[in-house]
Design a protein around this ligand. Structure first.
Ligand code: F6P
Length: 346
């Protein structure tokens, strides 16, 4: 039976979304599906805003950054009558199934719609943070870390010329995977993650180490995750989004750290924030293939009527897992990873 399938992308964008949309639409065509693009995440379903999504629309998008569907952090559960509007629009648009591409927030909504209202939904994990529990990797992560590692190398070059300590701030508000991988791959001299509780003594220890490294190498590199809290720092009044997450862009943690390091070491220190540059641009090979595979698998699950699932990478395989498993708990950096990271602060 031919099916009408709605697709949406919610939350922060990341490279790999377009390959995933393409994978789903092109596989779905083999099953005779007709796709409806829901524009800007859950907002598109709440407000009934759609765009056409045929094979012709997606054929050439594998190398494109961003998402052709647009995205938002709209939470239907936080909008007056939002959930009912979603249900009404599913009927109005004659959607037999929904494919939701997103992180813990977008998929959290998908889980609730499936459990509470029996909406036929399949989830596709995406996030540059790589912090979804039920999958080994999410697309977006490889590209954003690749960009951050490149930026770190550039910072080190200019830092060395000027005999400075350089601080690079990368994204990651609750999970430090991006900072961890960037730090290891760029051979940083110190890396700070949101999972760590940073004490005054830790800052002291870091500064002593940076002094030693700077004396030896004429430069030192620090990578810090945007979600780190420094001791004594004034976090200010943090703005929250519709999912209750802090909007961190106004905090400037890298500059705060820069000031602390400069004061304690008396070495000239500069900071840089890579920010959204990490989320744009063409996806890497890894993210193109992973995006394609999870999108393809999502179309298969819709065809099988295997709803309430998220497609996950487990080892080399793409498998269905219950949506709940994916959204129950955030995957954060473990102490084993931290030990490995610290080995290279020499
Ligand atoms: O979606 C994940 C993420 O990239 C986080 O690492 C970051 O804190 C946040 O999005 C930034 O969101 P926005 O694009 O809304 O500023």
């Amino acid at each position: 039976m031919a099916k009408r399938v709605g697709i949406l992308t919610g939350g922060g964008d990341c490279p790999g979304l377009n390959p995933a949309i393409r994978g789903c639409v092109m596989k779905g065509q083999e099953f005779g599906f007709e796709f409806v693009g829901l524009v800007e995440g859950w907002k598109g379903l709440v407000e009934g805003i759609t765009m056409p999504l045929s094979v012709d629309d997606v054929k050439e998008i594998i190398s494109k950054g961003g998402t052709i569907l647009g995205t938002s952090r709209t939470n239907p559960y936080k909008k007056e009558g939002g959930v009912q509007k979603c249900l009404d629009n599913i009927k109005k648009l004659k959607l037999d199934a929904l494919v939701a591409l997103g992180g813990e927030d977008t998929l959290g909504v998908a889980t609730k719609l499936y459990k509470e209202h029996k909406v036929n939904v399949v989830g596709v994990p995406k996030t540059m943070d790589n912090d979804l529990s039920a999958t080994d990797y999410t697309f977006g992560f490889d590209t954003s870390v690749t960009i951050a590692v490149d930026a770190a190398g550039r910072l080190k070059d200019t830092g060395k010329s000027h005999r400075r300590i350089m601080v690079l701030e990368v994204m990651g508000r609750h999970a430090g995977w991006v900072a961890l991988f960037t730090g290891i791959a760029a051979a940083s001299d110190w890396t700070l993650l949101p999972e760590q509780k940073v004490s005054e003594q830790d800052v002291e220890k870091m500064c002593q180490h940076l002094r030693k490294v700077h004396e030896r190498d004429k430069v030192a590199l620090v990578v810090i995750s945007e979600g780190v809290k420094l001791p004594g720092a004034d976090a200010g009044k943090e703005e929250l989004d519709e999912f209750g997450h802090m909007i961190l862009r106004k905090r400037g943690i890298a500059q705060q750290l820069c000031d602390v390091i400069e004061k304690k070491t008396s070495i000239e220190t500069r900071s840089a924030v890579i920010g959204h540059m990490q989320r744009g641009g063409p996806p890497t090979l890894f993210d193109r293939i992973l995006g394609t595979r999870v999108g393809y698998k999502a179309a298969e699950l819709v065809n099988e009527g295997n709803f309430g699932k998220m497609v996950a990478q487990r080892g080399m395989d793409i498998v269905p897992v219950p949506l709940e498993e994916a959204t129950g708990e955030l995957k954060v950096v473990t102490s084993d990873w931290m030990k490995l990271m610290e080995t290279f602060f020499k």
